[in-house]
Design a protein around this ligand. Sequence first.
Ligand code: ZN
Length: 341
Amino acid sequence: MKQFSLKCIVCGKDLPPENERGKHGEHIIPKVHGGCVAIKDVCNECNRYFGDNIDLLLLKDGRIIQAVGKLGIENLKRIILDNATITSKDTIDGHNVPMVYRNGDYQIKPQELNSEIIEMSEEKSKKYWEEKIKKRIKSGELPKESLKEFKDKEWPSYEQSRVNETFVSSIPDVAMRKRQVSKPIPEFDVSIEQSKRAVAKIAYEFAYVLTPEENMARIWNDLDVLRQIARYNKPIPEMMFVYQNIKKKYAFTHEIMMQYPKHMPSMVFMDIVFFGTVDYRIILRSNKGQLDPIRLPDTKQSVDMIGLAMEFYPNQPKRKYVGIHSVEDDRWTSYDFTGLI
Ligand SMILES: [Zn+2]
């Protein structure tokens, strides 16, 4: 286990002394996902790059959006779903329909196709145009009777128009395209390949901080690949990321576990589970023989797994476990890593 690094562990730039580093640090699990463990070995520039470019990639992963939708953690749900990109295909003609998550459900997002044509449900367009026409009457742009005329004469023919048909009013710049009434099924922007970059960042930082010094050089080739995927968008090697998709019951919302399997002494497994649904094993291979076991800094006791887990409950503070996981009895023992992570 290590002291604070003198250089940024991502880009190698010199870092200021420990007491002059920003107070918040770089969150291993992004803050937006509820992460609460931060490290101070990442420079401000890399930290900002991750915050602006990498952490948000997970929000576009449909598996996460759906899992969060079911979790019942309102504040987290709001943050994630408000940032999510959700679209759908119109069931009549297949055009793209943007959707939003509101009031506990996915809804069609009202959309201005251009400044004159509005695409929304019948009910909503009625209100929308009423408001607009009222404003234009008020400003003197339209005569007073236009609203009544619009309601009495034009609205009935709009009502009779077919779904997706564009209706053009005799009032200039008033046109509507009727939207289907039945709700389409949401599709997500499932950029799984991109969301792996965020997973690579988490794995890299976690492994970097908790890998004993003597093992660093042995697994550096693979660790460096993770670093470059996260920071410089290097292509992701097939063999490195295994999507497990095991329908096991997860005990925690997030889990990161680093394991030195006894039967494969030159490998490190990093199991990363997000929102109990995105479930990767990242395999790091030693290219310089067997790895030394993970040892605790104080007792030198060797452990087979070391990890971080987080649990969320509706309307309750999140629980954090940084500790040692025992494979035998599947339990976490807490361990004080103060100063380490
Ligand atoms: Zn850096």
